[in-house]
Design a protein around this ligand. Structure first.
Ligand code: NAD
Length: 254
């Protein structure tokens, strides 16, 4: 499988840390080159990957997205792979306590940010075809108490994936989503630590609890998600478009 992506040009949005950074690393291990884009302070601190240059992006700003893809166009001409991974997770809230400004912020990144990414990515992919992979969540197909804003945003993004797949198939552009279950990235660890100060389980207890809810007895890792993105970004998934691939060790079955 080595060299599966030789000659491919990729942009990973939200590629500065966590799942997105592992994805950029995995794509580069298989021969892709390109840009990993993230917020300025995050991308500054991201570890270097020889095949991926760092670029700044803020997906809440259309101008910023346009500028990042303009750079990709100048450097590569066309793109083969775009990964739309940027996302935020708000604090847990009951539905009657929903904070509508927070709701709008979540949608501005997790939904508007993704559609804006596709808006500027697609023109660079139409000539030769390509693959788009959106990081949704297992919450894109299942509900979760106290997580209505996040869960609704990830459901919305699956609607976008399906519509874009229907439109873009004629240009040989496939559009899919990965649906990670809980993955112990730094971001999730921080949220667990915060909840534990409010009486929630400790990090160790939380990991055990989550693992106990999967048939595999463990939760998915960043590497598991990166392997799923590699599959959806490559020819290995040539007949798959418009779908969400759960990567959750079975967490979302029930
Ligand atoms: P993370 O916070 O490390 O990753 C999110 C990335 O998006 C970060 O690099 C962040 O800087 C970037 N980002 C946030 N706002 C941005 C903006 N305005 N412009 C550009 N980039 C921005 O967390 P992660 O756990 O690695 O999550 C990555 C993706 O996976 C997210 O979309 C998240 O919703 C999804 N996801 C994560 C889990 C999990 O348990 N970790 C589970 C399901 C889905």
């Amino acid at each position: 499988m080595q060299g599966l992506l030789n000659g491919y040009r990729a942009v990973v949005v939200g590629g500065g840390r966590g799942i997105g950074h592992t994805v950029a690393q995995r794509l580069s291990e298989h021969g892709a080159k390109g840009l990993m884009c993230d917020l300025p302070d995050v991308i500054d601190h991201a570890s270097q990957l020889s095949a991926f240059e760092k670029a700044e992006i803020d997906v809440s700003s259309e101008e910023s997205i346009a500028a990042a893809f303009d750079r990709a166009k100048r450097e590569f001409g066309t793109l083969d792979i775009v990964v739309a991974n940027a996302g935020i997770v708000p604090p847990w809230r009951r539905t009657e306590d929903v904070d509508l400004d927070e709701w709008d912020r979540v949608f501005s990144i997790n939904v508007r940010g993704v559609v804006a990414t596709l808006k500027y990515a697609v023109p660079l992919m139409k000539m030769r075809g390509g693959t788009i992979v959106v990081t949704a969540s297992i919450n894109g197909i299942t509900g979760a108490p106290l997580q209505s804003a996040y869960t609704s945003s990830k459901h919305a993004v699956l609607g976008l994936v399906r519509c874009a797949a229907l439109e873009l198939g004629q240009h040989d552009i496939r559009v899919n989503a990965v649906g990670p279950g809980p993955v112990l990235t730094d971001a999730l660890r921080e949220r667990i630590r915060f909840r534990s100060t409010e009486g929630g389980p400790t990090e160790e207890e939380a990991e055990k609890l989550l693992a106990g809810q999967t048939p595999l007895g463990r939760i998915a890792t960043e590497d598991d998600v990166a392997d799923g993105v590699l599959f959806l970004a490559s020819k290995l998934s040539a007949a798959i478009t418009g779908h969400l691939l759960p990567i959750d060790a079975g967490y979302g079955i029930n």
